[in-house]
Design a protein around this ligand. Structure first.
Ligand code: 6R9
Length: 664
C-alpha cells in the first residue's frame, strides 16, 4: 500500500450501519456494546487475570497452570506455560458423559452429495484408533506428521490423532505441488505422511498419493518412514512396499481406546506454512494451550455458538481457517458442523444454498471470493440464486480471508441473510491463530466492509513507520501492541526470521500484521486496506510475489528475469500479473500466448495451480532505476491498466514502459 492509496481509501466513508436487533442482542452471550465494553474493561484492568480466568473456564487442564504470561524472552512469549493439557481431549473426551456425546459432531457431505454423520462418541473412537495406529508405527510425542488430505472426516481424524499423541501436524493444502510438499517435509523433518489415493472435486478424481510419491522421489525426505493412504475412491494407486500402508491395513486390530498424552501448554500443536515477503514459505508454529483457548473462545464470542447450532465453515483444512474453525474450534465448543468435500459450483453454483437448506445450517462462514463468484453466477442464472433455497435456518453469517467490498456485503446480507443475520467480518491471519478484529453478532453495530473492533484484550492499533499512533481517519500500519494467547510462537527452524518479520525493531516491539488499515473517524472501526508487504491475496489465499518470481526464474532455459505484482480483480480480489524477460527475443501474438501458458503450467508445477499468473506480459527488460532496482510501483500501474503519472525520471530505460503496457 502506498501512502497515496491509503489517503484516497480513507475518504471513502461508509454510512450504512446495521445494529443488532434487540432480540439478537438480548439472547447473545456478549450482549450489546455494554457486554463488549465490560470484557474490554476487565482485560484493561487486569490483563493476565482476564486471560487466566478465560483459560480456566474454557480449557480442560490435566495440570493447572500457575503462570499466565511469561514475557521474559519477548517476543517469544509463553502462555499458561506450566499447565498441561491435550488438545484432542479438549475437543472430544470433554463431551463424553454429557448430552453432547451422542450429538453429531460432523455432518459430512461428499462431492457427489452423499451424506455421512459422525457423533462425538464415534469420532472419539475413530481418532483413538488412528492415534493407536500412528503409535504402532513409531510416531510419538514431538514428531512431525505431514497431512496431505482431501476435505473429509478422515482429514480431521488425522489432525486430532496427532494431537492426541502429542505429534505436531503440518497440513499441506491438497492443491500444492510435489515441490511444495517436498520443501515442507524437509523443513519440518516429518516422520510420516498421511494422504489419500485421490480427492474428489467437482466430479473429478484428482491424485494426491501420486504427488506424495513425486515429492518423496525428489530427494531429501529421508526422515519419512511411513506413508498412510486413505482410499477415498476405489481406484488403485502406487504403493511402495514397506513404506506405504492403507488406512485399512493400519487400523486393523487397533483399539478404539487411546489415552490422550498430556503436553505442556507451549508444546507445538501444529506448524502451518504460509507465504511471506521472501521466497521461502514460513512454518508458522502454534502452541497447544493458548491456541485451543482461542479456538473455543472465538466460537463462543464471534459466532455466539448455541447447543443447537449447525455450524458450517467452508474453508479447507489446508488453511488456518480450516484448522481453527473446522478441526479444533467447533469440536472444542461441542458444535455440530458441516464438512463439505466439494466445490461451490458443482453440480451447480447453487450448491452452498442448497446445502444450507438441506442441513438446516444456522451459522455460515465463507470467503468474499466465494460470495463474489456466486453473485456472478446467480445474476446469470436464476436457478442458482439463493432465493431458490430456503435459508431461514441461518442466524449468523461470517466472512474471512480478504476484505469484503461493501457491495458483496450488502448482497450477502440481503440475499443470504434475509436482512436478519448479522455478518461477522473476521480479520485474522495464520499467525494470529484465530479472530483478532471482528464484530460480535449480538453487540457490534455493523458497517459494510469493516471488520469493526478488536476482540477484548487485543491491543490492535494503527501506527506510522516508527510505531507512533496515527489519528483515526488516516491510513497506516496495523499492529497489535500486546501479546495474546493464540499468537504465533515462532517460525519453525527460524527464530531470527520470526523476530525480524513480526517484531521489527523500529515498531517498538509491536506485532506487525503486514496489513495496512484505517480507523473510521466516527466509530474508530478498523477497515483493512490490504497487505503492505509483497504478499498477494488471491481468492483469499496468500501468495508471496517473490515465491512466484523464484518459480518463474527457475525455468532457466527460458526465463531471464521476472517481476510479479498484483492487480485488483472483481472476483478473486487480487490477480497475479507477471512481467517476464525471456532469454530469447520478446515473443508476440500466438507465440506469446503459447509461452505464457507454458509458464503458467510451470508455476503450477513448482507451487500449485493457485499460483498461476493470470496475466503474463513480456518485455525486453523491466523498468529499473539506475541502481538496478525494479520499480514495482510502475509495474502495478501497468498491471491495472493505469496511465503512468508517477515520476519516471530515475528510470534507466523509460521506453520499456510502453512496451510492457501493450497487452499480449
Ligand atoms: C484467516 C486468514 C491473512 C491475510 C491478512 C489479510 C487478509 C483475512 C480478512 C483479511 C480483510 C478480513 N484477511 N481476513 N483482510 N478483512 N476479514 O485468511 O489467514 O491465509 O494467513 O491470510 O488475509 O491481508 O493478513 P491467512
Amino acid at each position: 500500500m502506498s501512502a497515496s492509496t491509503s489517503a484516497i481509501e480513507s475518504v471513502l466513508v461508509e454510512n450504512r450501519v446495521f445494529p443488532p436487533s434487540d432480540a439478537i442482542a438480548r439472547a447473545a452471550r456478549v450482549s450489546g456494546m455494554a457486554g463488549y465494553d465490560a470484557l474490554c474493561a476487565e482485560a484493561d484492568k487486569d490483563f493476565e487475570g482476564f486471560w487466566a480466568r478465560l483459560a480456566r473456564e474454557n480449557v480442560r487442564w490435566t495440570k493447572p497452570f500457575t503462570r499466565t504470561l511469561d514475557q521474559s524472552n519477548a517476543p517469544f512469549f509463553k502462555w499458561f506455560d506450566d499447565g498441561e493439557l491435550n488438545a484432542s481431549a479438549n475437543c472430544l473426551d470433554r463431551h463424553i458423559g454429557t448430552p453432547t456425546e451422542n450429538k453429531d459432531a460432523i455432518i459430512f457431505e461428499a462431492d457427489d452429495g452423499s451424506v455421512t454423520r459422525v457423533t462425538y462418541k464415534e469420532l472419539l473412537a475413530r481418532v483413538s484408533q488412528f492415534a493407536n495406529a500412528l503409535k504402532a508405527h513409531g510416531v510419538s510425542k514431538g514428531d512431525r506428521v505431514l497431512i496431505y488430505m482431501p476435505m473429509t472426516v478422515e482429514g480431521v481424524i488425522a489432525m486430532q490423532a496427532c494431537a492426541r499423541i502429542g505429534a505436531t501436524h503440518s497440513v499441506v493444502f491438497g492443491g500444492f505441488s510435489a515441490k511444495a510438499v517436498q520443501e515442507r517435509i524437509i523443513d519440518a523433518g516429518a516422520v510420516a505422511v498421511v494422504t489419500a489415493n485421490f480427492q474428489m472435486r467437482g466430479g473429478k478424481e484428482l491424485p494426491l498419493k501420486a504427488i506424495i510419491d513425486e515429492a518423496l522421489a525428489m530427494g531429501g525426505c529421508d526422515t519419512i518412514r511411513n506413508v498412510f493412504v486413505f482410499q477415498r475412491t476405489p481406484t488403485a494407486c502406487n504403493m511402495v512396499a514397506g513404506r506405504d500402508k492403507t488406512f485399512g491395513e493400519i487400523l486393523e486390530g487397533q483399539s478404539s481406546d487411546c489415552p490422550p498424552v498430556a503436553v505442556g501448554a507451549e508444546h507445538p500443536l501444529f506448524i502451518l506454512y504460509t507465504s511471506g515477503s521472501t521466497g521461502k514459505p514460513k512454518g508458522v508454529q502454534h502452541s497447544t494451550g493458548g491456541y485451543l483457548l482461542w479456538a473455543k473462545l472465538t466460537m463462543d464470542w464471534t459466532f455466539d455458538l448455541r447447543p443447537d447450532d449447525i455450524f458450517w465453515c467452508t474453508a479447507d483444512i489446508g488453511w488456518i481457517t480450516g484448522h481453527t474453525y473446522v478441526a479444533y474450534g467447533p469440536l472444542a465448543a461441542g458444535a455440530t458442523q458441516i464438512i463439505f468435500e466439494g466445490i461451490p459450483t458443482f453440480p451447480n453454483a447453487g450448491r452452498f444454498w442448497q446445502m444450507i437448506e438441506k442441513h438446516k445450517c444456522t451459522i455460515f462462514y465463507t470467503a468474499p471470493t466465494a460470495i463474489r463468484s456466486l453473485i456472478k453466477a446467480a445474476e446469470g442464472d436464476a436457478a442458482v440464486h439463493p432465493a431458490r433455497s430456503d435459508l431461514s435456518s441461518l442466524r449468523i453469517l461470517g466472512s474471512v480471508g480478504e476484505p469484503i467490498n461493501p457491495e458483496a456485503w450488502m448482497w450477502y446480507h440481503k440475499n443470504v441473510g434475509g436482512e436478519r443475520c448479522p455478518i461477522v467480518d473476521t480479520f485474522w491471519q495464520t499467525e494470529t491463530g484465530g479472530h483478532v478484529i471482528t464484530p460480535l453478532p449480538g453487540a457490534t453495530p455493523l458497517v459494510p466492509g469493516s471488520c469493526t473492533l478488536p476482540l477484548p484484550g487485543i491491543a490492535a492499533a494503527i501506527v506510522d513507520e516508527v510505531g507512533n499512533d496515527i489519528a483515526n481517519g488516516t491510513g497506516g500500519i496495523l499492529v497489535i501492541k500486546r501479546p495474546w494467547p493464540s499468537m504465533i510462537r515462532t517460525i519453525w527452524n527460524d527464530p531470527e526470521r520470526f523476530k525480524k518479520a513480526y517484531f521489527p525493531e523500529e515498531l517498538k516491539g509491536y506485532y506487525l500484521a503486514g496489513d495496512g488499515a484505517v480507523r473510521s473517524a466516527d466509530r474508530g472501526y478498523f477497515r483493512i486496506t490490504g497487505r503492505i508487504d509483497d504478499v498477494l491475496n488471491v481468492s483469499g489465499h496468500r501468495m508471496g510475489t517473490m515465491e512466484i518470481e523464484s518459480a518463474l526464474v527457475s525455468k532457466t532455459d527460458l526465463v531471464a528475469e521476472a517481476a510479479v505484482v498484483g492487480r485488483p480483480d472483481d472476483v478473486t480480489g487480487e490477480a497475479i500479473c507477471a512481467f517476464v524477460v525471456l532469454k530469447r527475443a520478446r515473443p508476440t501474438g500466438e507465440e506469446a500466448k503459447q509461452i505464457a501458458n507454458e509458464l503458467r503450467n510451470w508455476v503450477a508445477k513448482e507451487i500449485g495451480p493457485i499460483a498461476k499468473p493470470k496475466d503474463i506480459r513480456f518485455g525486453d527488460n523491466l523498468p529499473k532505476t539506475r541502481s538496478g532496482k525494479i520499480m514495482r510501483r510502475l509495474l502495478r500501474s501497468i498491471a491495472k491498466g493505469e496511465a503512468i503519472t508517477q515520476d519516471t525520471s530515475t528510470l534507466e530505460n523509460p521506453a520499456i514502459l510502453d512496451q510492457l503496457a501493450q497487452t499480449n
